[in-house]
Write a new protein. Sequence first.
Length: 647
Amino acid sequence: MSLLCNLQNINLAFGEKVIFKDAKFSIDSNDRVGLIGLNGHGKSTLFNILAGKLEPDTSQPPFIFDKNNESFNLFYIPQELDIASFSQLNIKTFYLSFYPELLDLHLKLEKVQSQLMEDYSNEKLLDQQQKFLNQFEHLDGWNIERSYLNYLETFELSNLDSSLKNLSGGELRKIALSIGLSSKANLVLWDEPTNHLDVETIEKFEDEINKKNNACIIISHDRYLLNHVTNKIIHIENGDIISFQGTYLEYLEYLEEKQKELAKNLDKLENKHRRELAWMRQGIKARGTRSKKRVEGFHNIKDSISDLKSKAKKSVNLNLSHSGRKSKLLLEIKEAQFSYNQKEIFKNLSVSVYRDDKIALIGPNGAGKTTLINILQDKLNIQDGNLKRLDGIKIITFDQKRDSLPMDKTPFDLIGDGQDFVHLPDGSKKHVMSYLENFLFHRDQIKRPIYTLSGGEKNRLQLALFMKQSADLWIFDEPTNDLDIETIELLETELKNYNAAVIIIGHDRAFLDNVCKTTWLLQDKKIEVFDGGYSQVAPYLHALELEKQLNQSSNKDEPQISNEPKPKEKVKVSNKQKQRWAKIEDEISKTENNIEDLKAKMAEFDFSQHSEGQNTLYQKLGEQLHQAEETLAKLYEEWEELSELFQ
């Protein structure tokens, strides 16, 4: 393990908004970092500082960016690919947009090759072509291209000569993943890499990134992803950068303990504050004989309380409202058929929605999730079967193509609509300022133009606008896209407590697990219903993927079937192989027992005593488990080879 970079004295403010104040952090060569924090609090800004696109403010002591010149080499994968600027590139060549020197050589080669088509024996052109090819190889272009194309195949992208302009969001993300994974850089920055992707693709990405030896920093709202691929968490909060060695789950447990300690300290301070406040109220004469130090102490207590409150996690009161109907059955579809442009989308589709259902709707991209939602909302009609709806049912959808906000308005104007109070569906009303503070808006943001807000803050504002309504059935289409983790957790808490029907289309596995009681898996033109969230469906999905792989491998190069059984060739077995065969099953058994013991120790691990030593011990157990599982995989492979000789 070696240090890649070290940043000290990071200070940055935009006007009165402080992003960083005396912040610092470092990255080691084996770090896989999850970068978290509220939207608008500096995650993308930190990426821009690392990438050299933004300089922090001048400060004393000065900003320091120490890089290990031998190993620091950075590669940045943004949320959106810049397709418009590289329209001349297709899927196969789009990786060149991230390598200016290679792109320049590629264009020169294309030009020379075009000229050679007309004058194929021109020595000068042939020399130029060879020169450009050598330069391309010198820059490792062929290896980068080969790796990129292999990842495109892994993510099942075909028609590589096609333009990018007609691709879906999910297909564009697969190209971005392939570009990032094929990079030879020592540090890769990933900004929301799994947006718009189905679960199968996300899991492939997890597997691939865990195989990589380089360091990476990932901004993501997908807590499953963060917990499975990261070994370090960096949290931006109140202008500071907090580093934690461990997984995202360990960090949450650490925060929970820290929160309990904060609550205890707050109680102590508030009790002390009440005593000192009573003393301060005795009047000038009574206080005159008291020390000046005690008066200063009183004000320090108030500051300490404010500081602790600002650090405590806020709660958002989303106040989802429903119409109060008592009817249980809202929707029912029986044996429905639906086709579009002569393509069958559903056959024998049967589902029902009851008033208190919390349903996760999952399935591969293109399986028909959006079509099903349109049928439920009466935007599309089934062609056969029965569909029954509650009379006058009100369905509202919060989708990923959210309506654009009026940028010149302020959040106060938008939510209040000309009034100081928000009239909520349950008949109550709340002041606009209080309502927006529940959505984690600061008072100084509420009367600023919307165009000054970050992308995440705009999403939160859309959520606040959306939650003013009431409905019998709420449909959330990718609700967690672009929301920060804190807001996602607050949203899922409200949805869990909500007592009316909710359908969630999403790929955030932790969110689906925490909210949903039922999962609809849409595939092969029908729905399979599971009790529980994503975890209940995961083993089934893995089995389907294994079955798919087996079918693909069995269909490739099938051998010709012969009526004559081929005699089994006798292979001579060495004494060394005999000795190994006699011992290997014992080794497998011992390794399996070791794995079970390590898992048991990790399951019983006491997180109540969080310290660097505790984190190191837990991490060491995790490393031992990983090594044992790798050893077991090799033993299984060796056993398979030996079994062919002895059976």
